[in-house]
Design a protein around this ligand. Structure first.
Ligand code: CAA
Length: 379
């Protein structure tokens, strides 16, 4: 078993680390406060090749493996988990889904713009009454021959305002339950499609989360992905990969908070010595490092399993379940190590703690991951 990264993987890791520190770190506190993500930063991430890392080169992407993507996500999220979720949704939910299941025409039309971040994508599954219970889609897509007529509301949509290309799940044949759901490529600007409320969030505040409304939106039949009734399978398959991305986000948040805590513990003095020389702090650092390393192994293993073409449903769910718990625990300890300084924004760890919480919720809550893992074990 080889635990060494290749030279290419190390180069991706280093380049992303440098980018995050020089470009994302300045202004992160202001962006978090203002709940604003600077679109020019997304464009720069596109120029860096971070927005379509796994898209094949012929469609304008990086043609890289999932491990490369995970390494980059980890580095981005050590600094800015909001940028991380924008990147994650575009890469693993939108680009991957289109590349895997889109027609040749759809791939040529949409992937180059998405991979270069000329346009940003959104994944629209959740609804006011369909979060974990994703089969209960209330958004309808009525077949009208050349068009589908879309009606409904989507909630908590990452990139909701920023995006120009949306993957929208909707129910066409309610009697068939999840087998009646379709998925459509819907572009902003089409009549009847409006952006709704911006969410005032606890964490990942510098990312863009909105509700989206569809009122008699006419979507051409050619914008449906896959055969009739394929939408739920599309959503589940895409989310399996997305969960690896969110696990990497959680890992990055934890590692970022740990690195800050380690540096702080070496320079902060109490009772006549650096706090890193107090066993109470040493034990915290030791446990943080151990849990992060365990999460890293699960996340990299999930990426590897996907890259070698094996079934990775269970690996992805385990990585997300564990890494998100580690992120919550490590960031809480990071605030504790920093004491009063940890509770104020300037020291960054309180943001990491707020950002960590969502990783236990989106792209399938921890409870849903346990359900998925149990089904994999028992099948
Ligand atoms: N991979 C592939 N297929 C899966 C799957 C998985 N992980 N989980 C379920 N399925 C399949 C099942 O095999 C079944 O297919 P068949 O009927 O062909 O056998 C089908 O999906 C329905 O499954 P169930 O009959 O088990 O339905 P259920 O209602 O009992 O459970 C669920 C479904 C697993 C709970 C599912 O609804 C789910 O994953 N919910 C969580 C939704 C979610 O993750 N939302 C995230 C929103 S997107 C987001 O957060 C993005 C963002 O902005 C950051």
């Amino acid at each position: 078993m080889n635990f060494e990264l290749t030279e290419e993987h190390k180069a991706i890791q280093q380049a992303t680390r440098d980018f995050a520190r020089t470009t994302l770190l300045p202004g992160i506190i202001e962006r978090d406060n203002a709940q604003k993500f600077d679109p020019s930063l997304v464009r720069q991430m596109g120029e860096m090749g971070l927005m379509g890392m796994m898209v094949e080169e012929q469609y304008g992407g990086g043609g890289l493996d999932t491990l490369s993507y995970v390494l980059a996500m980890e580095e981005i999220c050590k600094i800015d988990a909001s940028a991380g979720v924008i990147m994650s949704v575009n890469n693993s939910l939108v680009c991957w889904g289109i590349q895997q299941y889109g027609s040749e025409e759809q791939k040529q039309k949409y992937l180059p713009d998405l991979a270069s971040a000329q346009k940003i994508g959104a994944f629209c599954l959740s609804e006011p009454e369909a979060g974990s219970d994703a089969t209960s889609q209330h958004t309808t897509a009525v077949d009208q021959g050349d068009y589908y007529i879309l009606n409904g509301t989507k909630n908590w949509i990452t990139n909701g305002n920023l995006s120009e290309i949306c993957l929208v799940m909707a129910q066409t044949h309610p009697e068939k339950r999840h087998k009646g759901i379709n998925v459509f490529l819907v572009e902003k600007g089409i009549a009847g499609f409006t952006v709704g409320r911006k969410e005032d969030k606890m964490g990942i505040r510098a990312s863009d989360t909105h509700s989206l409304m569809f009122a008699d939106v006419m979507v051409p039949k050619g914008n449906r992905i896959g055969p009739d009734g394929f939408g739920f399978k599309f959503a589940m398959d895409t989310l399996n990969g997305g969960r690896i991305g969110i696990a990497a986000q959680a890992l990055g948040i934890a590692a970022g908070a740990y690195e800050l805590s380690l540096a702080y513990a070496k320079q902060r003095r109490t009772f006549g010595k650096p706090i890193s020389e107090h066993q109470a702090i040493q034990f915290k650092l030791a446990e943080m490092a151990t849990r992060i390393e365990a999460a890293r192994l699960l996340v990299y293993k999930a990426a590897y399993t996907k890259d070698v073409g094996k079934d990775y449903i269970g690996e992805a769910a385990m990585a997300k379940l564990y890494a998100s718990d580690v992120a919550m625990w490590v960031t809480t300890e990071a605030v504790q190590i920093h004491g009063g300084y940890g509770y104020v924004k300037e020291y960054h760890v309180e943001r990491h703690m707020r950002d960590a919480k969502i990783t236990q919720i989106y792209e399938g809550t921890s409870e849903i991951q346990k359900l998925v893992i149990a089904r994999e074990i028992l099948k």
